[in-house]
Design a protein around this ligand. Structure first.
Ligand SMILES: *Cc1c(COP(=O)(O)O)cnc(C)c1O
Length: 227
């Protein structure tokens, strides 16, 4: 199938999920996850009107960001960021994977006098091999990050377990939403915008039902990754 057909099919699924949840399509941002796919594929999808793109490795993101010829795109870093790679980051990239103190320290050093927009990644599925702040450590981590002048926290991000168990997936997404609501009420972050980055190709309908504002779709747009 072509990108155009994939893209249209995703938009149809999003429309159905929004209708079922009583939500408007405009409340939702689709991030096209282009990791492992070439610049030409990104340009084809951008030509369909897509503006938000995500990559999980910073070096690959930067390379593509500077190679793509298309109307201005918004880039999202959705994978873990090693502290020694923070120097590659540019301040117009949105980081979805702020997950530990050492990374917050490095961002604060790197972006003195600037703002870097981030989401805090939370390990709501509690899988031991998943990145993200542990739920038990979340409150302490938000206080740590709130003291950093360079970090503007817009919202939260999570990944659900790879399972067919709808209740389990939705409980993960619902927990992120609840953490976000409490954070919003606490007013600890002045730039907080209530972003909820959750849902991928195989579970985004559940994420929409649970209040996602940003869904991250790779395979269902670009086709299967070989890597
Ligand atoms: C790869 C990736 C996605 C997209 O996954 P698909 O199954 O291809 O839709 C979303 N979020 C993160 C963090 C990823 O690494």
């Amino acid at each position: 199938m072509s990108f155009g057909e994939n893209y249209q099919r995703i938009e149809e699924r999003i429309a159905v999920a929004c209708a079922r949840a009583g939500r408007r399509r405009e409340e939702l941002h689709l991030i096209a996850v282009s990791k492992t796919h070439p610049v030409a594929a990104i340009e084809s999808v951008a030509a369909l009107g897509q503006r938000d793109f995500g990559e999980n490795r910073i070096a690959e993101l930067i390379e593509k960001k500077h190679a793509v010829r298309a109307a201005p795109l918004q880039w999202h870093l959705i994978g873990q960021l090693q502290t020694n790679k923070v120097k590659l980051l540019e301040s117009d990239i949105i980081v979805h994977s702020l997950d530990r103190e050492s990374l917050a320290d490095k961002l604060e050093q790197r972006f003195t006098g600037e703002k870097i927009h981030c989401l805090i990644q939370v390990n709501c599925s509690r899988e031991p091999n998943k990145s993200g702040v542990a739920v038990e450590h979340f409150a302490a981590f938000t206080e740590y990050v709130a003291a950093k002048k360079a970090i503007a926290v817009l919202g939260l991000m999570t990944m659900a377990e790879d399972t067919a168990d709808e209740r389990h997936i939705r409980a993960t997404f619902a927990e992120l939403r609840e953490l976000s609501e409490r954070l919003h009420a606490s007013a600890i972050f002045s730039d907080y915008a209530g972003w909820l980055s959750m849902g991928m190709s195989n579970d985004f309908e559940y994420a929409i039902a649970e209040g996602a504002t940003h869904i991250r779709i790779g395979n269902a747009i670009f086709g299967a990754r070989t890597a």
